[in-house]
Design a protein around this ligand. Structure first.
Ligand code: ADP
Length: 392
């Protein structure tokens, strides 16, 4: 099955073409465009270049297109990307303004350009469908809950991959199989012994997810991708009382407050230096106090959520780091694990230092919990889920 995975940003379009079969799959082509003004033009151009390069002899050969959609109003899961998916994206356009409109447009465009292909959307919220009401409800009036305000959780494709891969690496094939089939079969009974994972996706945007037997129990991210850990330039968690206070005291309009919280906060906001942790780290090493604080805030927040999920899970079998910072930031990993030996997390400093963006177990040989680095591969997750959906 030829599956095109489409990654649509507010001004970019990237794609990977996968050839998938029951045993796995491979990337057969990839490409992308920056500064996109019209998705229709670049999508048609991408299809023409695949043909020109001999990857496909006709666009009709593409069986399916997969979209990593973020958040839908009253819709989640791995679903056929039809008009109801577009309506769900548009219903929450104001909650994910950088993501939802491009995906709604992209789905429309692909329906025109590839009328024979099946279009599938995998929502980033899908992995959290089975969280308990107590964990995903906010203490707000019913009218607010009725318009869809609750914790959703994001980075679902990435954390679901961690659920599968960590179980495989820890010899829990029963859990790995549950995680792989989750969107088709839902949670299933696994072996007697629970398998408890805390997954840290630390990248341009970051989140921590607790996973029990292959199924998410909660996320540091809530209603919007604006919440949880400090993000690169987005705020993360903030007391709701701070917004009206800042608006009144600073005399700024609501839209400006929103802009500052989405564009000038997070690592950039605290450090005043950069939204890239490499620059912030360099400044901190040179003695910049706010840069140092930005990194400390990130580490503090990761540990806060790690602790929360370890309590909810009654322990931990694997702590996993993934995405740009998680895969490369040995210093951040060491700081997160510092002093947690008594909780079963024993990092091997030499293995940790040696590990850069490769799959590795960086715990000591005798550590009760594994500490794993697992490179993110969200496009592959998309291709797999689209394949599973259309083959089931
Ligand atoms: P996104 O979340 O945007 O998909 P990535 O997962 O690629 O992004 O992560 C981007 C982040 O990874 C950036 O903040 C960058 O600073 C960080 N990163 C990349 N390389 C390193 C490194 N060597 N050390 C620490 N952080 C890194």
């Amino acid at each position: 099955m030829l599956i095109l995975v489409a990654n649509l940003g507010s001004t970019s379009f990237k794609y990977r073409l996968f050839r998938m079969e029951a045993g796995g799959g491979e990337v057969v082509a990839k490409g992308g465009y920056e500064r996109v003004e019209d998705y229709g033009t670049v999508i048609d151009d991408a299809l023409a270049s695949l043909q020109r390069d001999g990857v496909i002899s006709s666009p009709d050969e593409i069986d399916a297109v997969g979209f990593k959609t973020v958040l839908g109003k009253n819709l989640s899961g791995c679903v056929i990307a039809d008009q109801s998916a577009i309506d769900a994206l548009e219903g929450f356009a104001a909650v994910a303004p950088a993501h939802n409109p491009p995906y709604a447009n992209g789905i429309r465009q692909f329906a025109r350009s590839l009328p024979k292909a099946r279009l599938v959307a995998l929502f980033e919220t899908a992995f959290y469908q089975w969280t308990s009401a107590a964990s995903h409800s906010y203490a707000i009036p019913k009218a607010w809950r009725d318009i869809g305000i609750r914790r959703y959780g994001f980075h679902g494709a990435s954390h679901k991959f961690i659920a599968e891969r960590s179980a495989e690496l820890c010899g829990r094939e029963d859990v790995a199989e549950t995680a792989r089939r989750l969107y088709q079969d839902g949670p299933r009974q696994t072996g007697a012994k629970p398998f408890r994972v805390v997954s840290c996706h630390l990248g341009g945007s970051s989140s921590v997810t607790g996973i029990l037997n292959g199924v998410a129990i909660g996320s540091s991210m809530g209603f919007s991708p604006q919440s949880g850990l400090p993000q690169n330039n987005r705020v993360g968690d903030l007391d709701s009382g701070a917004i009206p206070y800042a608006i009144r005291t600073l005399g700024i309009p609501f839209d400006e407050a929103e802009r500052q919280l989405t564009k000038e906060s997070g690592l950039l906001g605290i450090s005043g230096i950069s939204n890239d942790i490499r620059d912030v780290r360099a400044a901190a090493a040179a003695g910049h106090a706010d840069a140092k604080l930005a990194i400390e805030c990130l580490i503090h927040s990761i540990r806060h959520w790690l602790g929360a999920f370890m309590i909810e899970l009654s322990g931990i079998d694997a702590l996993v780091f993934t995405a740009g910072i998680g895969e490369n930031g040995a210093d951040i990993r060491a700081a997160v694990c510092d002093g947690l030996e008594g909780f079963g997390i024993q990092l091997d400093p030499v293995r940790n230092e040696a590990c850069r963006a490769v799959e590795a177990d960086i715990a000591t040989g005798t550590s009760p919990a594994r500490v794993l680095v697992i490179p993110a591969n969200e496009e592959l997750v998309l291709a797999r889920e689209v394949f599973r959906k259309l083959s089931s």
